[in-house]
Design a protein around this ligand. Structure first.
Ligand code: GLU
Length: 450
């Protein structure tokens, strides 16, 4: 058998996926982004072509779609759709969050699950990749409605997860409250206190310290590593952050702790600019406690203004942390950021930058960290939570944060070293994809055709 060239092989994998998943644009985007960077790896490792690694890697091991019926406060029966895509378990049990948002569909869950395989590999924590969620919209729902929804969702999910099988966690719309309700129902149905089946639990009952902060903190640690390599730092720099969930809030907090000033936050209704630097406690009060609109922040703070139209990326800054959602930063935004003197971009969200915008940043010499690497701190801390659960131990905050910091340094080093090895030093997209792919591909090779 003569092997196809790496280029021809990548094209044939891309064609197969495009044919099978024509109606899944986000998934195709995520796959293309990875395939586009792998030619140099395949040129050195033809055995990956021979073993059909990529042909298998782009196809989830298992995909579940289920009905989630629940009753609202008015007594009306509602039905949502639930998903869990168990994408790849070569490195460990499936691991990845659940997203509850009206935009969730199979394409979104598959894109997130696919990215998760590589992200999780970069953490070196021996976890496979998966993702799930529902088109349920928690906003505007009462706690009781959210609880009934979570209980119904878990009543089906319970059959497919376990501490050695698949370990869900949070994502957009799924935080501590939802994980609590999901865990309660899991425990009730199984009659087992299997703490390691979900991560992001309350710290009083098995959750890891710093898990809530980990994704945002980690993205800033990653940006700091990129800047340090270039002889620069975060201190004294102005940061533009999108989003106002966990990721954005704790990215803002860490930027300020490291001496920078984060001046923006956003939600689906618009964004705020606070030239005095975002007051993190006020932001948490409004978004976490009151679950109110971001405009409320400007109502309560005189240094801030609320902008209801346009994009937060029109605000100039030296650091940018997209922490909201996929494809939130396009070419126009990238042009505006570059014109405003941006030096580094680190993705706190999953795939927030469109491929064309990534190209613009790279061509302009902006340090660019893809989400797979930059936001890996969240899932890495989830893996630390699993370790603590398995050992029935609990680490303090300082230990937890320093472990997170070490992991982010390692993720940065692996991505950077791979970028050097494959001839494009400082191209973190190529570096993250190739380092992660090599790890997963090697494990798949050694485990045979399954
Ligand atoms: N949803 C998060 C992510 O995108 C965290 C997943 C986890 O902790 O399992 O990585």
């Amino acid at each position: 058998m003569t092997l196809p060239t790496p280029k021809a092989h990548l094209q044939s994998v891309a064609d197969t996926v495009a044919g099978r998943s024509a109606a899944e644009p986000e998934f195709l985007q995520a796959v293309r982004e990875v395939l586009d960077t792998l030619e140099p790896v395949l040129a050195q490792r033809p055995e990956f072509i021979e073993a059909g690694i990529l042909d298998r890697l782009v196809e989830p091991e298992r995909q579940l779609i289920f009905r989630v019926p629940w009753t609202d406060d008015a007594g009306r029966v509602r039905v949502n759709r639930g998903y869990r895509v168990q994408f790849n378990s070569a490195l460990g049990p499936y691991k990845g969050g659940l997203r509850f948002h009206p935009t969730v569909n199979l394409s979104v869950v598959k894109f997130l699950g696919f990215e998760q395989i590589f992200k999780n590999a970069l953490t070196s924590q021996r976890i496979g990749g998966g993702k799930g969620g529902s088109d349920f919209d928690p906003s505007g729902k009462s706690d009781a409605e959210v609880m009934r929804f979570c209980q119904s969702f878990m009543t089906e999910l319970v059959h497919h997860i376990g501490e050695h099988t698949d370990i869900p966690a949070g994502d957009i719309g799924v935080g501590g409250r939802e994980i609590g309700y999901l865990f309660g129902q899991y425990r009730r149905i199984t009659q087992r206190y299997e703490a390691g089946v979900l991560t992001g639990k309350g710290v009083g009952w098995g959750g890891a310290e710093v898990r809530t902060e980990a994704t945002g903190y980690g993205a800033v640690f990653f940006a700091e590593e990129m800047l340090l390599r270039a002889g620069e730092g975060i201190e004294g720099r102005r940061a533009i952050v999108s989003g106002s969930g966990n990721v954005a809030t704790y990215a803002i907090e860490k930027v300020q702790q490291l001496g920078g000033t984060a001046v923006t936050a956003s939600d689906s209704s618009g964004y705020i600019v606070d030239e005095a630097g975002i007051d993190v406690e006020l932001l948490k009060q409004i978004k976490e406690v009151e679950r109110a609109r971001i405009s409320e922040y400007a109502e309560r703070r005189s240094s801030a203004r609320f902008v209801s139209s346009g994009s937060v990326w029109q605000v100039p800054g030296e650091l940018a942390f997209p922490c909201a959602t996929q494809n939130e930063l396009d070419v126009d935004d990238a042009r505006a950021l570059i014109a405003g003197g941006v030096r580094a971009v680190a993705e706190g969200a999953n795939m927030p930058t469109t491929p064309e915008a990534v190209e613009l940043f790279q061509a302009a010499g902006v340090l660019f960290a893809p989400g797979k690497a930059a936001n890996a701190g969240g899932v890495a801390t989830s893996a630390l939570e699993m370790s603590q659960n398995a050992a029935r131990s609990r680490w303090d905050r300082q230990t937890s944060e320093s472990r997170l910091h070490d992991i982010m340094r390692d993720v940065h080093a692996s991505a950077y070293e791979a970028s050097v090895r494959y001839g494009r030093p400082g191209d973190y997209v190529l570096g993250a994809n190739s380092a992660a792919f090599e790890t997963v591909a090697q494990a798949m090779l050694e485990q045979g055709v399954i």
